[in-house]
Design a protein around this ligand. Structure first.
Ligand SMILES: Nc1ncnc2c1ncn2[C@@H]1O[C@H](COP(=O)(O)OP(=O)(O)OP(=O)(O)O)[C@@H](O)[C@H]1O
Length: 318
């Protein structure tokens, strides 16, 4: 086990220069701040997958702390690189996410401020005199050519189709309006008829979803601006996975339920949607291939997936 040593620890900052709220000036500010407590190396990502490769190399090279400066896509890549090759939380470097995306769900779920300056200050304080870390769970998605960890959520069906649409709109500002537009577009395109997704829980229960299954490793599922969207409000880094299963989509009021869940107005009502808490495993089998998302990134279509909880998988400074 590699303990946090007295400063300066060796730190690697992985920067996504294309992250939606990043800039060279902001990166310089963060680097200067981190330099006060870390013997810091800075690396920039040059495209998809590079963050994972840099983090894996950083873990192999024995860095004490690896930080990301980017959005949740970069967080996902860096985390997958850090715990690659079966590294335990004790063997991997401590991780810290500095927000530079538009939503930054993982960092905010850890209690870090959205503002990167305030988040950097909190992380510097966590890494200073009395190193402060916590160990969090991760989720793992396996099946049909995928084996990846997720930090906050995975979804099959409607929510992933909506994320695909929001990504295609490309403009990152006014995310709330983009979500609302995507929900309406999804309703217009597919109506209220969802495809069947069979959900087998580690408790032995089996439930059928008509159109949407959202799995969370922590709460909230996402934010619309400052508003947390809590599909599974009890989800926690200290427990297994939580799941929301949309049960019926055959009626217009069910479509409204789905829409209001996705834009964060209401929690599940038990009739149209149910939730299950603290599960070690969830198996999904869809009648037709469905849109799939991991940590808010659309990853194509899948019919069969297994999602499992990896307890105490990663140490974070926050
Ligand atoms: N140099 C680069 N050029 C283009 N894309 C990159 C580069 N480096 C990383 N990426 C990719 O950009 C994607 C999105 O990055 P990230 O999540 O950090 O920012 P974001 O899109 O602004 O975040 P959010 O979705 O929260 O707004 C990641 O999947 C990553 O692989």
């Amino acid at each position: 086990m590699r303990d946090l040593k007295a400063a300066p620890q060796r730190g690697l900052l992985i920067v996504n220069p294309k992250a939606s709220t990043g800039s060279r000036r902001r990166t310089r500010w963060v680097v200067k701040k981190l330099d006060t407590v870390l013997d810091l190396t800075v690396e920039k990502t040059d495209g998809r997958g590079h963050g994972e490769e840099l983090a894996r190399r950083g873990a192999d090279a024995g860095y004490d702390v690896v930080l990301s400066l980017g959005g949740d896509g970069t967080v996902n890549e860096v985390v997958n690189g850090l715990v690659a090759d079966g590294r335990t939380a004790e063997e991997a470097p401590v991780f810290a996410p500095i927000p530079a995306g538009s939503t930054n769900v993982f960092a905010r779920a850890l209690g870090l401020p959205w503002d990167r300056r305030r988040a950097s200050t909190a992380i510097v304080s966590a890494l200073s005199d009395t190193p402060r870390t916590r160990t969090v769970s991760l989720g793992r998605a396996q099946g049909e050519g995928i084996d990846r960890l997720f930090t906050f959520c995975a979804g099959l069906g409607w929510d992933a189709s909506i994320i695909q649409k929001v990504e295609s709109y490309r403009k990152k500002r006014n995310l709330g309006a983009h979500y609302a537009r995507a929900v309406m577009a999804e309703l217009t395109e597919h109506g209220v008829e969802g495809d069947s997704i069979k959900v087998a829980l580690s408790t032995g229960e089996e439930v059928e979803s008509m159109g949407m299954v959202v799995v969370q490793n922590c709460a909230p599922w996402t934010y619309l601006g400052a508003l947390p969207v809590n599909l599974n409000a009890r989800a926690s880094f200290n427990a297994g996975l939580d799941v929301l299963i949309l049960r019926k989509l055959g009626l217009s009021d069910a479509a409204l339920t789905a829409a209001s869940l996705l834009v964060g107005r209401d929690g599940p009502d038990g009739k149209h949607a149910v939730t299950h808490h603290d599960l070690s495993r969830i198996r999904l089998r869809a009648s037709l291939s469905q849109a799939f998302q991991l940590d808010g990134d659309y990853l194509g279509e899948r019919t069969e997936l297994e999602l499992s909880s990896v307890p105490k998988a990663l140490r974070v400074a926050c």
